[in-house]
Design a protein around this ligand. Structure first.
Ligand SMILES: Nc1ncnc2c1ncn2[C@@H]1O[C@H](COP(=O)(O)OP(=O)(O)OP(=O)(O)O)[C@@H](O)[C@H]1O
Ligand SMILES: [Mg+2]
Length: 248
């Protein structure tokens, strides 16, 4: 189980996260939605200490941290317990696809090269890119590069995979192949937290939907709760803007 308690984060004296509490059950997919600037990325980045909150506690099964008493080991622990999929893939341009997926396994998890390659190949098969293993990122489409980034996350077998708008840098015709791979992983009960503006996808994939606005969780519930019968006015207004095709 993942639990966030009373997370507060400020940038330049402006409070961006105003006390976030959230629980994510193992094997489930949580989707965070909300307007631009509401603090979604910041929250995701606080989970693995890419950002450090001033106040709050994070627990990821056996590990975690209390922001008031941060230790060096906490950073290692939460980084090892999580994998992050970024908007812009974050692949090493000078390494092959296989090296990109296996490097964390050999360098961080200290696996032998042979074992790292075996696990990496398995992950590449899962995202349908085994045949690209000896190519370089620039030889792949954006959608394929993002699937490599997902394979890299999967190969680490983390406690949770954190996705920050995994399809927002892609041309529209490449979005589907990436969402399909994420859906397959979700169906296998990998624990995931996904920030996305793809509402239809959120509706299909989310066991839990979290609507954030202005640094707070306004409403959370099942996809049915949030998309069909939202209770809060702010949630209704946000979703209505989507339906009317306004840009958020
Ligand atoms: N490193 C930073 N330094 C200063 N301000 C920051 C930093 N990171 C984020 N912010 C500010 O915090 C607020 C929340 O940003 P965040 O990126 O978390 O929003 P978001 O909900 O992910 O938005 P989007 O949907 O556009 O990605 C914004 O006002 C942003 O400008
Ligand atoms: Mg963001």
């Amino acid at each position: 189980m993942i639990s966030l308690k009373n997370i507060h984060k400020s940038f330049n004296d402006k409070e961006i996260l105003k006390g976030i509490d959230l629980t994510v059950q193992d094997g489930t997919t949580t989707v965070i939605i909300g307007p631009s600037g509401s603090g979604k990325s910041t929250l995701l980045r606080c989970i693995n200490l890419l950002e450090t909150p001033e106040i709050g506690e994070v627990t990821i099964n056996q590990v975690g941290y209390n922001a008031k008493h941060l230790k060096k080991k906490d950073y290692l622990d939460v980084r090892q317990a999580t994998a992050f999929v970024f908007q812009n893939y974050g692949l090493f341009e000078n390494k092959t696809i296989l090296e990109n997926v296996s490097i964390g396994l050999s360098v961080v998890q200290k696996k032998t090269k042979q074992e790292a390659h075996r696990i990496a190949q398995e992950a590449l098969e899962k995202v349908g890119l085994y045949d690209k293993k000896d190519q370089y990122p620039r030889q792949l489409s954006g959608g394929q590069q993002q699937r490599v980034a997902i394979a890299r996350a999967l190969a680490l077998h983390p406690q949770v995979i954190l996705f920050d708008e995994p399809t927002s840098a892609l041309d529209p015709e490449l979005v589907g192949e990436v969402l399909k791979v994420i859906k397959e992983i979700s169906d296998e009960h990998t624990t995931m937290i996904i920030v996305t503006h793809e509402m239809e996808f959120a509706n299909q994939i989310g066991d839990q939907i979290v609507f954030m606005e202005d640094g707070q969780i306004v409403e959370e519930g099942s996809a049915k709760d949030i998309f069909e019968t939202p209770k809060k006015e702010r949630t209704k207004k946000f979703l209505a803007r989507y339906r009317d095709n306004y840009i958020i």
